[in-house]
Design a protein around this ligand. Structure first.
Ligand code: NDP
Ligand code: PYC
Length: 338
């Protein structure tokens, strides 16, 4: 058996926060970035766990992210809120906007938060989960940079454009899904490349436009959308709503801005929060108990709910710690020593 080290969530959080502080992030930025990376590792979402540290640090060193910027909330009292991240990473910008977004959605039934000018490397489920924790349903989406061919095309144009949804469940963990609109996240392909493993068929085409299972070829070629034309259309919608509509970069523009896909992309994000009680008011029936009937029917067929795997990984991590490989520990120690 290979050597492993087990760290508590708190221990890993301290290490990752220190790495980012040592590399010039303000305390606000370092803590917010560390929190989402450790959450990914804790929940066994390896494509957005500690492997992302390296890309974030490279982005800092390339001067493509503002490591000390203070996000600014722009609130005119309407249901449309904005946080200007001022070129910093997205998690601190979301943290500043989220409580105001939640209150506005509770007051008005629906509210939206546009995050502008952020460097975005993270999974979206921590954000929709934060909102379900405040009793709201939520959608979050963002473009990325061009790495995905539209259905029927062969050239990278769309981003891997994630879409996340959360629904609060009074006596259970929330219903949450969060997926790339490509067949898999680009991070998954990178992890296959590092492990020297082929990717499954159907994820990507190589630079010559033919299907490939070689991760190097896939990274140099184009990823494919999930569900063919359906994922392609959803991905395009994300470009429109969370790019053009909020006055921020679309994936092709984000690639032009950065000039590479080896650093974390810079663009915007859209988060929409809904009050189920307000929408259901006057129609009779409690939306939460009606939702439970649906979840029971899904589970009753032997299916699982999205995030069930993640929540059970979280339970294990909180109970027994997070197990890291020798290579992962060596990477953390190298960053700490640098
Ligand atoms: P996955 O395909 O691994 O999972 C997508 C979702 O489907 C998860 O909610 C997962 O729940 C659920 N799921 C998986 N299998 C089943 C099943 N059998 N039954 C029911 N639900 C299931 O995710 P992706 O590779 O597409 O994306 C991974 C992450 O990458 C996301 O968190 C996303 O936000 C992030 N990402 C971020 C980008 C960015 O620009 N910031 C770009 C692209 C992706 P569970 O976790 O419990 O398995
Ligand atoms: O895994 O596709 C991805 C990704 C892109 C930006 C952040 N994650």
């Amino acid at each position: 058996m290979t050597d492993t080290t087990t760290l508590s969530v708190e221990e890993l959080t301290q290490i990752v926060t220190r790495i980012f502080s040592q590399n010039g992030l303000s305390a606000l930025q370092a803590e917010a970035v560390a929190a989402v990376i450790v959450a990914g590792e804790r929940d066994a979402c390896k494509s957005h766990g500690i492997y992302r540290i390296e890309g974030c640090l490279q982005t800092v060193r390339a001067g493509k992210v503002a490591p000390q910027a203070e996000p600014e909330l722009i609130d005119d009292g309407s249901a449309l809120l904005r946080v200007d991240a001022k070129g910093a990473f997205s998690p601190a910008a979301f943290a500043i906007g989220a409580p105001v977004l939640a209150q506005r959605a509770k007051d008005q039934g629906i509210a939206a938060l546009a995050i502008n000018s952020c460097t975005h490397f993270s999974a979206l489920w921590p954000e929709v989960e934060a909102l379900t924790g405040m009793g709201l349903a939520a959608l979050a989406m963002c473009p990325s940079y061009s790495t995905v061919a539209p259905a029927g095309g062969t050239q990278p144009l769309l981003g891997t454009n994630p879409l996340a949804f959360g629904w609060p469940r009074p006596d259970h963990p929330p219903y949450v899904f969060d997926f790339a609109t490509s067949v898999a996240a680009r991070g998954e392909i990178e992890l296959h490349r590092r492990a020297g493993k082929p990717i499954p068929e159907g994820w990507a085409i190589g630079p010559d436009g033919t299907p490939t299972t070689d991760p190097e070829d896939a990274l140099a070629g184009a990823m494919l959308t999930f569900g063919g034309h359906k994922g392609s259309a959803i991905s395009t919608m994300i470009e429109l709503l969370a790019g053009a509509m909020i006055g921020d970069l679309t994936s092709p523009e984000a690639l032009d801005y950065l000039g590479t896909t080896s650093l974390s992309p810079h663009h915007g994000e859209l988060v929409i929060a809904f009050s189920p009680e307000k929408f259901a008011a006057g129609r009779g029936g409690d939306p939460f108990s009606r939702a439970e009937l649906l979840f029971s029917a899904i589970l009753g067929q032997g299916a699982r709910l999205p995030s069930q795997r993640r929540f059970s990984a979280r339970e294990t991590s909180l109970r027994s710690g997070i197990r890291l490989s020798a290579a992962e520990m060596a990477m953390l120690n190298e960053f700490l020593a640098a």
